[in-house]
Design a protein around this ligand. Structure first.
Ligand SMILES: [Zn+2]
Ligand SMILES: [Zn+2]
Length: 543
């Protein structure tokens, strides 16, 4: 019998298995089941090897007969035969490269077999030597396409970026496993990430590079040098690992964090063990990563911190399309250390999800009152995310709007309207005396829908006149206003609300993203409305 594997090792093998199943193009549900089981096993406090031996492993959530059999094999023999077979057959390195250049897994293995190549390097060599057209089914056009894709391998910017929540999770996982630091675009909390890097100091780089190759997240290593490697994930995303000697860690971390424009403008970087001493050597004040976009050598402002946040002013519940009740959301918000939470469910005009009319809001008020009784001094605010209808009217009557504590104004349809028309409609709606904040003003959905044509300068003027705040929305595909737009609002003196638009308890965690976006907009705590105590919120009527 093999020595006992710990839970993390067992989970890693199941994840590798899931990755290979994905690569081999098998049923996606199978791979997902293995991933879920891996997650359960990693989080479990019980020793899994022990549960396997006593025949109790199927009591775990997500572990059925098939997975239990694999676990038994793994615990008894230290390996899973089918996993080893798949590793031989599937040629993850070729398939990883295939994902990257747009060739499906099965086809990539066929081409590899026809060319007699097994590694990414051999494939590139064969392609450049003009051997691709010797493969049945590959004509000059396909050859050109593949050669073009290989050319672009070093220019990942042409691809679609990864949303910040996924980008952070990917790099935090890799950096955590290697005891390194997240770098690249995700360290600057970019809306959309293209450059992924992890930096880890080591006098001897080999063990770190070896560990990187073995990570479940990395299916193939495309390049390996003495102190650097590029691996690709199952989605074909390249991740760079840098392993400088300890005396150069700060230098490499700053360089790998970018942006290129920011780093280049600093000039020649001296060797430094950490970023702080590097900045001292440069004679430049330390700069938070979120501000490292354009060249800057000045003193940065004291940016707002996640810990400054006192409440969340835009969340949904099961009354509309949320997954948790008023009390559940409020309890979770209180447990995050907040003082208040505004419940802002949709109104009927949204249509695709349930919307609340005046009667619904009055019934919801009873639930909110009960939650307030239970959670006092924590305060649940009565709010709404009221639609601006096509005719420009608000989607609730004035009398109910006047009862509410917090009114988020939202445009969900008509995003493509012309600038004049759209701006007029939104600014007129902002003049309604009950409105407190304009939600996701540009309406963009990253990678799916460009920002609308709204004239922000005009919106900010009306915001100053009316006292309406503007939102930076923490949903990962929105982050709306964006960092540069928050900066314009802050410079104009318009108060900004950083909210999550959470539809679940977990969604409340997106406050980190809303705050990161505010930081990218150079915002201090004083610029952000929901860093204020309850008594200082710009409510329309006294509590
Ligand atoms: Zn909305
Ligand atoms: Zn919403």
């Amino acid at each position: 019998m093999a020595a006992d594997l710990d839970n993390a090792a067992i989970a890693a093998r199941l994840e590798a298995f899931a990755g290979l199943l994905d690569l081999s193009g098998s049923n996606p549900y199978t791979a997902r089941a293995y991933r879920r089981a891996a997650e359960t096993i990693r989080e479990s406090r019980a020793p899994i090897a022990e549960l396997v031996r006593t025949g109790r492993v199927q009591e775990l959530r997500g572990v059925g007969r098939g997975i239990a059999a694999r676990l038994t094999e793994l615990v008894e023999t230290g390996t899973i035969a089918e996993l080893d077979d798949l590793e031989r057959e599937v040629q993850p390195e070729l398939i990883g490269l295939g994902r990257f250049i747009g060739v499906g897994p099965k086809r990539m293995v066929q081409i590899g077999t026809a060319l007699g190549v097994r590694t990414a390097d051999e494939f590139r060599e064969a392609a450049r030597a003009g051997r691709l057209t010797s493969v049945p089914g590959i004509g000059p056009q396909t050859e050109q396409r593949i050669l073009g894709a290989l050319e672009r391998e070093r220019q990942p910017r042409e691809r679609r970026g990864m949303l910040i929540n996924n980008a952070r999770a990917l790099l935090e996982g890799i950096a955590g496993a290697l005891d390194g630091e997240v770098a690249g675009d995700p360290r600057r909390w970019a809306d959309s990430s293209y450059d992924f890097a992890v930096v880890r100091a080591a006098a001897r780089p080999q063990p770190v590079l070896d560990a990187f190759e073995r990570l479940p997240e990395i299916v193939a290593v495309l390049e390996r040098e003495q102190r650097r490697a590029v691996g690709v994930t199952v989605e074909g995303v390249p991740v760079e690992l840098l392993v400088p000697p300890p005396g150069r860690f700060g230098t490499e971390l700053l360089r790998a964090t970018g942006s290129h424009a920011y780093v280049d403008a600093l000039g020649k970087l001296p060797d430094a063990a950490d970023e702080e001493s590097l900045y001292v050597a440069l004679g430049v004040p330390w700069c938070p990563p979120e501000l490292r976009e354009e060249p800057f050598r000045g003193m940065p402002p004291q940016l707002v911190e996640p810990g400054d946040v006192r409440g969340d002013l835009h969340v949904h519940t099961t009354w509309s399309d949320g997954k948790a009740s008023v009390l559940e959301m409020a309890t979770a918000a209180r447990d995050l250390g907040y003082d208040y939470l505004a419940i802002c469910d949709h109104t009927p005009n949204v249509r695709v999800v349930p919307g609340l009319d005046a009667d619904d809001l009055r019934r919801q008020a009873e639930e909110i009152a009960a939650a307030n009784e239970e959670l006092t001094p924590f305060r649940v605010l009565r709010g709404t995310e009221v639609d601006i209808r096509r005719d420009g009217e608000l989607d609730l009557p004035d009398d109910i709007l006047a009862e509410l504590d917090w009114v988020q104004l939202s445009l969900h349809a008509g995003q493509r309207e012309r600038r004049e028309e759209l701006t007029r409609k939104v600014t007129e709606a902002m003049r309604h005396p009950a409105v407190t904040c304009l939600s996701h003003p540009r309406g963009r959905i990253i990678n799916h829908r460009p920002p609308n044509a709204l004239d922000l300068e005009r919106v900010f003027e009306v915001a100053l006149e009316t006292g309406v705040a503007v939102e930076t929305n923490g949903l990962p595909p929105r982050l709306d206003l964006s960092g540069p737009e928050v900066r314009l609002a802050v410079e104009a003196g318009v108060p900004v609300v950083a909210s999550t638009d959470a539809h679940s308890i977990r969604g409340l965690g997106n406050m980190r993203l809303a705050i990161a976006t505010a930081r990218r907009g150079w915002a201090t705590a004083a610029d952000i409305v929901n860093t204020r105590p309850l008594a200082e919120l710009p409510l329309r009527r006294p509590l």
